[in-house]
Ligand binder design. Structure first.
Ligand code: ATP
Length: 257
């Protein structure tokens, strides 16, 4: 089947109503050789939501995002996008179906310019849609100013903007963000979170992996907490923010505090 045929027969995320599960993981198990990283995850992201995925180092957050993107295959369970199973769909087609992924560590191309990095984000689409570039530059005026600079010469915050901008090329219906605040100064983190909120307000559904649990939960509608490959809590974000276990484990507060 050609790529175009796949796109034409693809599930139409935009035909999905607000509040419908755009993404669903059912009993997803993923292993790296003998190491079981996800032990049967159930998770839903509804159209229009920001969902935070929290957990300590090694809990399985990055593995979850990489499985949704088709970079890893579940050994059992299923990932459904707009109601259709993604089993066997290669990663580049998953991008075409409307799932954008800004990976952990940003992974920008340091020897390419900002503009070339953004063009790489669109390489699975026919040409580079000017409207996508315009939208990214509108969201991130800094990237427009620096469009001719090499990615490697950008500040950490600008590199993060570029990683998100690159994932926005193709105007995804679902955006996966892996630790967008990692290693950034508080002022820059605040800017990045503001932009994430704007991207969502423009209609993009977001699954957000964050170590910065407090800020993620302030932004998100709902959240999941992963521990050693299992979902141990899932609730509206405000509820998680006030939960004593979450406050102690992820917000650095003592049980008394
Ligand atoms: P972090 O916040 O540190 O990135 P995480 O919650 O994203 O953590 P994962 O990176 O998904 O966690 O890792 C989940 C588990 O899988 C960990 O035990 C980790 O050591 C293991 N793991 C991750 N990648 C690999 C790999 N390529 N090979 C073997 N084990 C891996």
């Amino acid at each position: 089947m050609s790529d175009q045929a796949t796109i034409d027969s693809a599930p139409r995320a935009d035909a999905f109503g607000e509040g419908m599960p755009l993404l669903e993981l059912r009993s997803v198990e993923v292993a790296y050789g003998g190491i079981v990283a996800l032990k049967g995850i159930d998770l839903q992201v509804r159209q229009g939501e920001i969902v935070a995925l929290l957990g300590a180092n090694g809990a399985g957050k990055t593995t979850t995002l990489r499985t949704i993107s088709g970079l890893l295959s579940p050994r059992s369970g299923e990932v459904l996008y707009a109601g259709e199973a993604l089993a066997g769909v290669p990663a580049h087609r998953i991008v075409q179906l409307g799932i954008g992924h800004s990976p952990e560590g940003r992974r920008i191309f340091s020897r390419m310019t900002v503009l070339e990095n953004l063009q790489m984000g669109a390489y699975r689409f026919k040409g580079v849609p000017q409207k996508d570039l315009d939208q990214v530059f509108e969201l991130f005026p800094r990237l427009h100013e620096r469009r001719s600079q090499l990615g490697g010469n950008l500040s950490g915050g600008e590199q993060q903007m570029l990683a998100i901008g690159r994932a926005m090329m193709g105007q995804p219906s679902l955006l996966l963000l892996d630790e967008p605040s990692m290693g950034l100064a508080p002022l820059i983190v605040a800017q990045i979170f503001e932009i994430i909120e704007r991207i969502n307000a423009l209609g993009t559904t977001i699954l957000l992996v964050e170590q910065n649990a407090a800020q993620a939960l302030k932004l998100a509608h709902r959240g999941y907490v992963l521990e050693t490959g299992e979902v141990v809590m899932s609730a509206p974000a405000a509820e998680l923010l006030n939960d004593p276990r979450v406050r102690e484990a992820y917000l650095g507060e003592t049980a008394e505090g």
